[in-house]
Design a protein around this ligand. Structure first.
Ligand SMILES: [Cu+2]
Length: 497
């Protein structure tokens, strides 16, 4: 409909221009310059009036027809706590500038019509008029004053930082060409420190891994947030200027290299609720994929989005990310599934400053697992179930030298022996069948002895026996590498308690 009106308007305009020039040519030759000028100016003045009507009509009709696609109208209500105040600000500005827009355009074209060329008509000379000057200075000044005050109030409200004592969560968004890296604080609720000099291929944010706060930070793919929870977003950039833009939440903030910015907002509508809201409107009841008329409708596929609102380079468009707002319980479930970036991508690599030691939570996990295994073995009746395989005790290849990471499990055995003073243990070393059996026998004995030497410190040596079984006691096939790995093992067995 609007397109048709636009096309018609252009065709009309073209015809008008051609006609005017043709008429002018003919008229000049027939009636002389003066007459031709008069007639063409009369015609043009009327066309101006027609154009004015079409133009204003087109502007208003197109705004009305597309209102359901515009932010703040139809289904696109603000999904954040501060959003409605910005929408109100936009509406006030639109109302004031809209009135001015209509009045000035009517005046512009009407004056063109009224003062078109007439024979003998002269312009009025008016050197100065105080009253007029006052009116057209005072009215815009007053309107601007109202707009600016209104805007300042909204700005101070929207841009206020969090109070350190209130309940909020903090996340971080870093823009680079061409994506966003999101960072959540993990269990400790704190984001770790960063240093741009540490940025490399496996450390895209330059996180300082010696800062314990970094170790549980996560880098999720989607921006997922709980509804009705205040969020403070730290916004940074790694290369050029980007802009963190969440249109549905009325949030937009530049991401400036070297100058962290922030934005505080509270989402008030979940993705699910927003979809339900869109479902009411015919614009969203069409298939999401036009080539699949039976597929899901547009409202079902709707997602809030994070975009970059700065033209930052050729891949600018690809900086889109999904934004998902969940109920608190769903969010908590989502968060539990996220893994720390450090544990997933850095732990154990050459970047890892803690490569040859366990982290506290790993130590705690192993303590609990060992205590449970020891308890089960104590309670078991069957002698086979009194055996615990030491899954975290390792030796340097081909030697009886314990690796540094083995100490944690050995310490756990020590603690268990101190807590159960009547327990007597057998430590047994086992190998696979590669190499010669006698050599294996010797190595397994040496390894059992190494464990013995570690545990026996401070304990009554009588309570522990170390035995090397060589390759004589496989628990799996020696024909596969997998089986051989299982067969090379160290075990403890409770032989009396
Ligand atoms: Cu960008």
């Amino acid at each position: 409909m609007t397109l048709l009106i636009i096309v018609l308007a252009f065709i009309l305009l073209a015809i008008i221009i051609i006609q005017i020039s043709r008429i002018n040519e003919i008229a000049k030759t027939i009636r002389g310059e003066e007459q031709a000028l008069l007639s063409s100016s009369r015609k043009q003045s009327r066309y101006l009036l027609i154009f004015m009507v079409l133009f204003l009509f087109g502007t208003i009709v197109s705004a009305y027809l597309y209102k359901n696609y515009m932010l703040g109208y139809g289904p696109h209500t603000a999904a954040s706590e501060h959003g409605p105040s910005l929408d109100r600000l936009f509406n006030v500005t639109l109302a004031i500038t809209g009135i001015v827009f209509v009045i000035t355009h009517i005046a512009l074209f009407y004056f063109g019509y009224k003062y078109s060329y007439r024979v003998g008509q002269k312009a009025t000379f008016m050197p100065h008029d105080n009253k007029l000057e006052i009116i057209w200075t005072a009215i815009p000044a007053f309107a601007m004053f109202a707009l600016v005050i209104n805007g300042l109030i909204a700005w101070n409200d929207v841009m206020a930082d969090v109070d350190p004592d209130e309940d909020y969560m903090e996340i971080e968004a870093t823009g680079y060409q061409f994506a966003w890296i999101l960072r959540y604080p993990g269990e400790d609720g704190k984001l770790g420190s960063r240093d741009f000099r540490k940025i490399n291929s496996i450390n895209p944010l330059g996180q300082d891994w010696t800062d314990i706060k970094n170790l549980d930070d996560i880098q999720p793919t989607d921006l997922v947030l709980p509804v009705n929870k205040k969020v403070r977003v730290r916004i940074t950039a790694r290369d050029v200027l980007h802009d963190f833009y969440l249109p549905h939440f009325r949030l937009k903030m530049d991401a400036v290299p070297g100058l962290p910015t922030f934005f505080v907002f509270t989402p008030t509508i979940t993705t699910e609720e927003y979809r339900e809201q869109l479902a009411e409107y015919p614009e969203y009841q069409v298939p999401a994929d036009p080539t699949d008329p039976n597929g899901p409708e547009k409202w079902e596929q709707f997602d809030f989005e994070l975009a970059c609102a700065e033209l930052c380079g050729s891949g600018h468009y690809s900086m889109r990310k999904r934004v998902i707002i969940l109920e608190q319980a769903e969010y908590d479930a989502w968060l539990r599934e996220q893994n720390s970036y450090y544990l997933g991508s850095v732990r154990g690599t050459k970047e890892d400053p803690f490569a040859d030691q366990l982290l506290q939570f790993e130590i705690d996990e192993r303590n609990v697992a060992f205590e449970e295994a020891f308890e089960t073995a104590l309670e078991a009746e069957n002698p086979d179930e009194k055996i615990i395989q030491l899954e975290h005790v390792y030796f340097e290849t081909g030697s009886a030298q314990l690796t540094p990471l083995s100490q944690y499990e050995l310490d756990n055995i020590k603690v268990a022996m101190q807590a159960n003073p009547s327990v007597v243990l057998e430590i047994s070393g086992h190998t696979d069948n590669t190499g010669d059996p006698e050599g294996n026998q010797v190595l397994s004995q040496q390894r059992a002895d190494a464990v013995f030497n570690y545990i026996a410190q401070g304990l009554d040596g009588e309570r522990i026996i170390a035995v090397g079984y060589g390759q004589s006691n496989p628990i799996d096939s020696n024909d596969t590498e997998e089986g051989r790995v299982k067969n090379r093992r160290t075990e403890i067995k409770i032989i009396s308690q």
